[in-house]
Design a protein around this ligand. Structure first.
Ligand SMILES: *Cc1c(COP(=O)(O)O)cnc(C)c1O
Length: 405
């Protein structure tokens, strides 16, 4: 095989479809979120306002978080020095796991190097180690869950997105003796819609299935202490495994599950993706602890974010720029064409200093290509005006459809 020719051909096909990913080369500015310096291919730099970050509350720039990280480097140095099993368990990791178990009202927690790894490792371990297990997976589930289930080689049944009846029907068709896991999310990242957690738990209970909930886009943001949608709805004790990330609203990096002592010990003991990898740097764990503690007792960031989201939606409504309605903090503006979507975001970056990454297939279905806008507490009125005015100009230029008032 001519390897180079093969790979170049595949890449060209991606480009032709408008689905080739180009990364914005950014330098975040400490304490100035959502501002960043953009490095252009020609060596020039410019200042941009970031409108698509998952650092939803700006905690990645919070002074207390930065101090905690610097303090941990001064105490412990750079890396963990090993896997969790072989010399790499730092006291900060142990504290972080206590903090997370407490956040979700669970007996225990287990941290991983990312949310992706936590889903992949936990689901693949649970589904492969329970004999003859079936995983019922929501059709909208994130790639990390899909890959974890696939890796387990367990039978997988996909149920319609957020559809309780479809889940019940599919559960009823499975041998009651088989172990079953129902895997779903609370806030879905691309549409911003929210899963019916209580109803899913009812059905799972009826059929004796375990529940596995990804709260990655909800932790830190919902619930009185930032425990997510399950906390807000008083459902944390009904879900067997709650999975989350430290890399989005908590502003740092890493992933985790919280569950009973036995489930966490089971994953800890049998999961290759937990055991055979270097533990998170102590400073990362220290930053996460501070961020979680802060958001447990402060509602200020959550309330300000909600207000900013409402403000942006109000301005989009006034300019008749259509967006997908949902109950969360995510504002998806659908363009519906990959080439136009990329063109629009390039224009925003080059002409208005606005950075929104285009979201194309396979992240979202073809024909629903979009701008995924995530307002934070730190976006000002002026930022919002710049964004909506630029969008309005583009909507006229590109003859994109307006919402009917
Ligand atoms: C981002 C994401 C993850 C992965 O979390 P990371 O910490 O970024 O690896 C898992 N699930 C969902 C739904 C996500 O959007």
């Amino acid at each position: 095989m001519n390897y180079d020719e093969f790979m170049s051909g595949k890449l060209d096909a991606l480009r032709d479809d408008g689905n080739y990913r180009v990364f914005a080369d950014l330098e975040r500015q400490r304490g100035k979120f959502p501002r960043a310096t953009r490095h252009d291919a020609d060596g020039t730099t410019s200042e941009v306002t970031v409108w698509c970050s998952n650092d939803y509350l700006g905690m990645g720039q919070h002074p207390a978080v930065l101090d905690a990280m610097k303090g941990a480097i001064d105490r412990c140095g750079a890396g963990a020095g090993g896997t969790r099993n072989i010399s790499g368990t730092n006291h900060y990791h142990v504290e972080l796991e206590h903090e997370l178990a407490d956040l979700h009202g669970k007996e225990a927690a287990l941290i991983f190097t990312s949310g992706y790894v936590s889903n992949w490792a936990s689901l693949s371990t649970l589904a492969s180690r329970m004999p003859n297990c079936v995983v019922l997976s929501d059709a909208g589930n994130h790639a990390s869950m899909i890959e974890g289930i696939r890796h387990s080689r367990a039978d997988k049944v996909v149920f319609k997105h957020n559809d309780v009846e479809d889940l019940a029907r599919k559960l009823s068709e499975i041998d009651p003796e088989r172990p079953k896991i129902v895997a779903f999310e609370s806030v879905y990242s691309m549409d911003g819609d929210i899963g019916p957690i209580a109803e899913f738990c009812d059905v799972a209970e009826q059929y004796g299935a375990m529940t596995y909930l990804d709260e990655v886009h909800a932790v830190g943001l919902y619930g009185p202490r930032g425990g997510g949608i399950a906390e807000r709805e008083g459902l944390m004790d009904r879900v067997d495994v709650i999975e989350g990330t430290l890399g989005k609203a908590f502003g740092v990096m890493g992933g985790y599950i919280t569950a009973s002592k036995t489930i966490c010990d089971f994953v800890r003991s049998f999961s290759s993706g937990f055991i055979f990898t270097t533990a998170l740097p102590p400073a990362v764990a220290a930053g996460a602890i501070t961020s979680i503690r802060h958001l447990k007792q402060s509602d200020t960031e959550r309330l300000a974010q909600r207000e900013r989201v409402a403000k942006l939606r109000q301005r989009l409504d006034q300019l008749a720029i259509p967006y997908m309605a949902n109950e969360s903090h995510i504002v998806p503006v659908v363009v519906g064409d990959p080439v136009k979507c990329k063109w629009i975001t390039d224009w925003l970056l080059d002409n208005a200093g606005i950075y929104v990454q285009p979201i194309n297939y396979p992240t979202v279905p073809k024909g629903t290509e979009r701008l995924r806008i995530t307002p934070s507490p730190l976006h000002t009125n002026e930022d919002i005006e710049n964004l909506v005015n630029a969008l309005s100009e583009l909507w006229s230029q590109c003859a994109l459809s307006r919402a009917v008032a």
